[in-house]
Design a protein around this ligand. Structure first.
Ligand SMILES: Cc1ncc(C[n+]2csc(CCOP(=O)(O)OP(=O)(O)O)c2C)c(N)n1
Length: 137
């Protein structure tokens, strides 16, 4: 029988800790599918944020490093510059990236760093129970 649905290899097969209806689970899946499709699992390094997805290093099947709040683009810059042959991505919420980490993301972009930034805009600070973010409508 043809397989029509399976988990991406780049996603570890463990239960996620996220609340029902949260966007992080499907977002993790999409990132993992991209890693699979590009065939870059063995040379991908991710940077985990502060926020609900702080421990996403448990879920991605690649090397991960934890950054302090908003500092993921700065950490990713260091990783990419020291290991330029690797694909380096950050995974950040809007509280992390668009509030506390505004300086880091603006300056990483201005410098033209060769990193990938996955920006998860759920329009709130989820981890602190719905506190308003700069992206709140
Ligand atoms: C320097 C610093 N400021 C504030 C906090 C408190 N804090 C932890 S998680 C968080 C919200 C993160 O929100 P977001 O990045 O949108 O991620 P989400 O939880 O929605 O996935 C805040 C304010 C902190 N831990 N450290």
């Amino acid at each position: 029988m043809a397989v029509v649905f399976k988990a991406p290899h780049a996603l570890v097969d463990v239960p996620l800790h996220y609340c029902p209806g949260c966007t992080h689970g499907i977002s993790h899946r999409l990132v993992a599918e991209a890693i699979d499709e590009l065939g870059i699992e063995g040379k991908t390094i991710g940077v985990s944020p502060v926020g609900c997805s702080y421990n996403n290093y448990l879920y991605f099947n690649c090397d991960m490093i934890q950054a302090a709040h908003g500092r993921a683009p700065a950490v990713a810059t260091g990783v990419k510059r020291s290991l330029p042959e690797n694909v380096v991505f950050t995974y950040q919420g809007d509280g992390d990236l668009a509030a506390i980490g505004t300086a880091e993301i603006v300056h990483a972009a201005a410098r033209g760093e060769n990193i990938t930034v996955i920006f998860i805009n759920n329009t709130i600070y989820g981890m602190t129970s719905g506190q308003m973010a700069p992206t709140t409508l």
